[in-house]
Design a protein around this ligand. Structure first.
Ligand SMILES: Cc1cc2nc3c(=O)[nH]c(=O)nc-3n(C[C@H](O)[C@H](O)[C@H](O)COP(=O)(O)OP(=O)(O)OC[C@H]3O[C@@H](n4cnc5c(N)ncnc54)[C@H](O)[C@@H]3O)c2cc1C
Length: 374
């Protein structure tokens, strides 16, 4: 019987194209891993459901200048340079403008396309429908074909087993000072609304929430006096981190929830996680070990010590903010105003730990911080 199953599995394998490894999703994370692996001599196959890389766009495109140390965005993808932010609550607001550029507003389609090169083998228009485990690895089926490999790297974006917020965004014509973004804490209950300027004339207005997103979004557009919507998009934002290692299988990027819970930004954290994952995949092939335990030791643990540590701080801040009342947000704005100098000097939308420490060291800040975390 065992021999029969063994022979049958081998015969079935002949029907599948073998590529090592298989990567699902040609977003920035999948493409980053594919590039890392190609540089190490692998020939990964990337399966992407859409015909066009980077489209449809589901992103506000606000990426801090930390991106320059990870993946330099092509000049034509940078639409605007942002120097600061205005934080707005029901009865309060504070504007912080720095002398240096803090973030870029990018064209996500051009940014995603900048990861493509001739060394990559990308099958566009191939939606992965399912994957099954075999003794030798994984088989996956798309609408058109079937593939097998020792391992599968899932970079296919937010998954339904994660806690998710619905993000809705419109590109609109609205006069706005292009030097700063706006964060509206009163736009919805469990996140915030944003205004991200492409220029002084065109902005991206959006919000994310788990509660009645469309209603909140329409009210937000109305409040901002928007008359002309150029285009609309929506997508899911993960608010929890997945258990992302299994035998012959890992998840990376949004699919693993490797996103900042404070802002929903996942491009930089996803790319940094992609590098940790790439090292684990290379080692797995070198050692011919694709077990869950191997990936926990070589991917989950290094991730947890690096990117994961930062993400946990974002999650803590988010859980504190999710309990805030309107009055607490008004007080938060006063707190930010009081700490403006520290924030302008040490504030970092990706790595908030240093700035938080600096603020914690000031005894005058303790009463607000203790009240916030109680
Ligand atoms: C409204 C909104 C605003 C955002 N704003 C920002 C922001 O300003 N800054 C920031 O840093 N981040 C932002 N994000 C988050 C950011 O877009 C993601 O973190 C980032 O795109 C994650 O990259 P990824 O490669 O993991 O996944 P994705 O970019 O989602 O790529 C996944 C890819 O997998 C493909 N795919 C999915 N399912 C399948 C399948 N079954 N078969 C084959 N292919 C499949 C998809 O087509 C896609 O190309 C925002 C997200 C939303 C929804």
């Amino acid at each position: 019987m065992i021999i029969k199953v063994f022979i049958l599995e081998h015969l079935v394998d002949l029907l599948y194209m073998i590529n090592e490894p298989l990567i699902v999703g040609a977003g920035p994370v999948g493409l980053r891993i594919a590039n890392n692996l190609a540089r190490a001599g692998f020939e990964p196959l990337i399966l992407e459901e859409h015909d066009e890389i980077g489209s449809p766009v589901q992103c506000a495109g606000l990426i801090s200048t930390n991106i320059l140390g990870v993946h330099k965005p092509p000049a034509e993808s940078i639409l605007n340079r942002v120097y600061g932010a205005k934080f707005i609550s029901s009865n309060n607001s504070v504007l912080m403008i720095s002398k240096k550029v803090r973030a870029f507003v990018i064209d996500r389609e051009l940014f995603d396309k900048s990861f493509i090169n001739d060394s990559l083998n990308i099958l566009r228009g191939h939606k992965v429908l399912r994957h099954d485990y075999t003794r030798k690895g994984v088989r996956i089926k798309t609408e058109r074909s079937a593939f097998s490999a020792r391992m599968l790297v899932d970079c296919s974006g937010p998954k339904s087993d994660l806690k998710l917020l619905t993000g809705i965004q419109a590109r609109v014509r609205l006069k706005h000072d292009s030097r700063y973004v706006e964060l509206h804490f009163n736009a919805c209950r469990d996140f915030f609304g944003w205004v991200v300027p492409e220029s002084d004339e065109v902005v991206r207005i959006g919000l994310a929430t788990a509660y009645k997103p469309r209603e909140h979004f329409n009210a937000f557009l109305k409040k901002l006096g928007v008359n002309e919507v150029i285009e609309l998009n929506a997508g899911m934002i993960p608010m929890s981190i997945a258990s992302f290692c299994d035998n012959n299988f890992i998840r990376v990027g949004d699919s693993a929830g490797q996103v900042k819970a404070t802002t929903g930004g996942g491009v930089i954290t996803g790319l940094l996680s992609a590098d940790v994952a790439s090292r684990a995949v290379i080692k797995a092939y070198e050692e011919n070990n694709f077990s869950r335990k191997f990936f926990i030791n070589n991917y989950y643990k290094p991730f947890n010590k690096s990117v994961g540590r930062g993400l946990r701080i974002h999650h803590r801040i988010r859980s504190v903010m999710n309990n805030f009342s309107d009055k607490d947000f008004d007080e938060l704005i006063s707190f930010l105003e009081k700490n403006k100098k520290t924030l302008l000097k040490y504030g970092d939308m990706d790595f908030p730990a240093k700035c938080l420490m600096k603020m914690l060291l000031k005894p005058g800040n303790w009463s607000f911080i203790l009240k916030a975390i109680k």
